[in-house]
Structure formats: structure tokens, C-alpha cells
Ligand binder design. Structure first.
Ligand code: PMP
Length: 387
């Protein structure tokens, strides 16, 4: 087996697909030190720049002092601390849904929720570009798993029409992690009502960024329904780690009993929840951060003038620059690195073959000067690499 593992790794490298970690020597932020070199970074999902906020650091230090650093046991044994409980209530209030449940990561939430809510005889309808953990959740559930073309409401309707499944669940990212576009959530909800289906929305990249006061994608569309269950991670705009699922009380009560990644897993430390409670307050007060983000997004879109590569049509913090070829995407990422700028190259299987790209991720703490440097470096790279 070991020889075949090595062969596969060698092949990945030859194909420009080998993933490599970068060693961070500083806090993660827009200006970082990695492998002992300073960089301007466009790699992080810390969209509001909260990961180093002094209020959150102080909240974590205080809470570690009064609640320790570990949860000790699963939530159903003795691991459900008052800090967890208060955060669940605060999150439910914030997203204006009846109840919420914390999971240790977004990945765990998606696996646990899909695995619990549907099973044999049921069907999941999933966007082809959904995040990998929604696909894994589908496999765990043993429900039929149908994938529809990206954001294609008509194709989804055909699948729903043809389905004889007992329970039907549409599962979609709200903001697509590698494309930055937004799912047609109101149209999905209309289909749910027409075909007696439910909607599971992964708002990993909308929570904190979209909607009034950063309440997320459901608020962005001003929709509400007992048919909707949402998930958001707390490691992106919230700047910390973890995730939550929110929806009707009965859904949350059921997940506490049946979501295996909740039942059989130790919760994140209570101190993390206390930190997140402080973070949710900052998100709510962060309209100025979201305004700055919008200004950065619009600057990039207006000023990046390319011949061969193209910026995808996105108005969110995720601005993908499509290059196409895997090795060319890597070459661009490496070129920018030599200019002191980090932007990750994203290649298949994370994105479809032929659409390798740079994923430019913007944070409210980037400045216009940072944007100017990025735009100038990309223009220069296109001139030199595509000459
Ligand atoms: N859903 C989406 C759309 C994501 O982009 C991610 C993270 N990349 C996750 C879920 C997983 O969340 P977490 O990082 O908290 O496990």
C-alpha cells in the first residue's frame, strides 16, 4: 500500500495538484509572516478581521480563567456549559430563528445534520458546487443523493417533480466557497412549498457579512420559513472556530438526540463560546466593517483589467480569478508570492477541471493600499506570464 500512496502523491505533484501547507509564524491576519517571510495575505476567511480583535482575546483569556480550557465530555454527558448554552440562545436570537445548536466545526455540523434528518427512502437534492462536507453529509445519511447543475432552479424542480422520496431536503451553500456567487434561496423556498420539501442552507460565507447587521443570507433575502434549517461556521467572519445549526425547536431537539457528530463528540471548550458571544456582538455592531468590505470588493472589480484571466461575477468577499490551467494557476500564485502577496491557487477536484483559479479572499481590515498592490501585481503577472 505505501508504494501506491507514494505513486499517487508523485502523480499529483506532476499534475500541479499537490496541496502544500504553509507554516504561519504570526497571528493569521491580512499582514502575516509565513515561513519567516512577511506577506500581504488574501487567503483568510476572517472576513471582518475579528480573529485578532482585542475584545475577543480578552474574552477568551477571561473565560479560560473561569471555565478552563476543555469541555471534558460530550454535550449530553457533562460537556454542555452555560457559555455554550448562552451562545446558542444568542445565535438563535441573532439569526431570528427559534433555536440553535453548536457543533465543533462546520464540517461536523453538515455531516451530523444531513445524517440525522434524512435516511433511506428519503432524498437530498444538492447543488453540484456545494462544499465537500455537504456531499459527505449526503453519503452519511444513506438517502438518495441527487446533484443539480449549479444554481439551476429549473433542473432542481424537475428532480423534485420526479421524486417519490418520503422526505425531500434541498441542500445548498448560500455563498459558494470557490465562486463567491449566491444561491437563489427564495426560489428554492418556493420549490420547497410546492413539493413539500425542506431547505438546508450552509451560510458559512454569508454569516457576518450579508444581511442586516451581518445576520446572514436568509436575512439578505428577507425570508423566513419553518421549512428552513441553516448552518453557519464560526471560524470565518466570526473569527474564532466552531459552527451552529439553527431552525425550528423540534429540529434542534431532534438533532440533540440524533446528530452523531453532536452526540458522540466533545464540544469545543466553553471559553470558545464565551469568545464567540463577544464576537457576535461585534458582528452586530460591524456595519462599518461591512461597508469597508463592499468598498474593497467594488475597487477590485472596477480596477482589475485583464486580457486572458477573468474575475468571476461575484459581489461577495470571495473574488475568484479564473486562470484555467492548473500549472498556470500555480505559476500565478507563485509569482504573486515573489511580490510578497499570498493568494491561494485552487485546483481540481476542489473546482471543476479547466477552471483552476486564485481565490482572492477579502477582509474588512484590508486597506485600499493593499488592494492597489494586489491589482498592480496581478497586472504585472499577466504581462509577464502570458507574454
Ligand atoms: N461549508 C462551507 C461552504 C465551507 O466553505 C466550509 C469551510 N471551508 C465549511 C462548510 C466547513 O466549515 P468549518 O471550517 O467550520 O469546518
Amino acid at each position: 500500500m505505501l508504494a501506491s500512496l507514494q505513486r499517487e502523491l508523485d502523480q499529483r505533484k506532476a499534475d500541479g495538484l499537490l496541496r502544500q501547507r504553509r507554516l504561519l509564524d504570526s497571528p493569521q491576519a491580512e499582514h502575516i509572516v509565513a515561513n519567516q517571510q512577511p506577506y500581504l495575505s488574501f487567503c483568510s476567511n476572517d472576513y471582518l478581521g475579528l480573529a485578532n480583535h482585542p475584545d475577543l482575546i480578552a474574552a477568551m483569556q477571561k473565560a479560560a480563567g473561569d471555565s478552563g480550557v476543555g469541555s471534558g465530555a460530550s454535550g449530553l454527558v457533562t460537556g454542555h456549559h452555560r457559555y455554550h448554552d448562552e451562545l446558542e440562545q444568542q445565535l438563535a436570537r441573532f439569526v431570528e430563528l427559534p433555536a440553535a445548536l453548536l457543533f465543533s466545526t462546520g464540517y461536523m455540523a453538515n455531516i451530523g445534520v444531513l445524517g440525522a434528518l434524512v435516511g433511506r427512502g428519503d432524498a437530498i437534492f444538492a447543488d453540484k458546487l456545494n462544499h465537500a462536507c455537504l456531499n459527505d453529509g449526503g453519503y452519511f445519511s444513506h438517502a438518495e443523493f441527487h446533484r443539480y447543475p449549479h444554481n439551476d432552479v429549473a433542473a432542481l424542480e424537475k428532480l423534485l417533480q420526479a421524486s417519490t422520496a418520503k422526505h425531500k431536503l434541498i441542500a445548498a451553500d448560500a455563498v459558494f466557497s470557490m465562486d463567491g456567487d449566491i444561491a437563489p434561496i427564495p426560489e428554492y423556498l418556493a420549490l420547497c412549498e410546492k413539493y413539500d420539501a425542506y431547505l438546508y442552507i450552509d451560510d458559512a460565507h454569508g454569516f457576518g457579512v450579508l444581511g442586516e447587521h451581518g445576520k446572514g443570507s436568509l436575512n439578505h433575502f428577507k425570508i423566513k420559513s419553518p421549512r428552513i434549517i441553516m448552518m453557519a461556521t464560526l471560524g470565518k467572519a466570526a473569527g474564532v472556530a466552531g459552527s451552529f445549526v439553527a431552525g425550528e425547536q423540534v429540529v434542534i431537539d431532534y438533532l440533540i438526540q440524533k446528530a452523531k457528530s453532536y452526540v458522540y463528540s466533545t464540544p469545543a471548550p466553553p471559553a470558545l463560546s464565551a469568545t464567540l458571544s463577544a464576537s457576535v456582538k461585534l458582528i452586530e455592531q460591524g456595519d462599518h466593517l461591512r461597508a469597508n468590505l463592499q468598498a474593497l470588493i467594488q475597487y477590485l472589480k472596477a480596477n482589475l483589467k485583464l486580457n486572458k484571466w477573468r474575475l468571476m461575477d461575484s459581489d461577495t468577499t470571495i473574488q475568484p480569478l479564473v486562470v484555467g490551467d492548473n500549472l498556470e494557476a500555480l505559476a500565478l500564485s507563485e509569482y504573486l508570492q515573489t511580490c510578497g502577496i499570498l493568494v491561494p491557487a485552487i485546483r481540481p477536484p476542489t473546482v471543476p477541471v479547466g477552471t483552476a483559479r486564485l481565490r482572492i479572499s477579502l477582509s474588512a481590515t484590508h486597506t485600499m493600499d493593499d488592494m492597489k498592490k494586489l491589482v498592480a501585481a496581478i497586472h504585472q503577472a499577466e504581462r509577464e506570464l502570458c507574454a
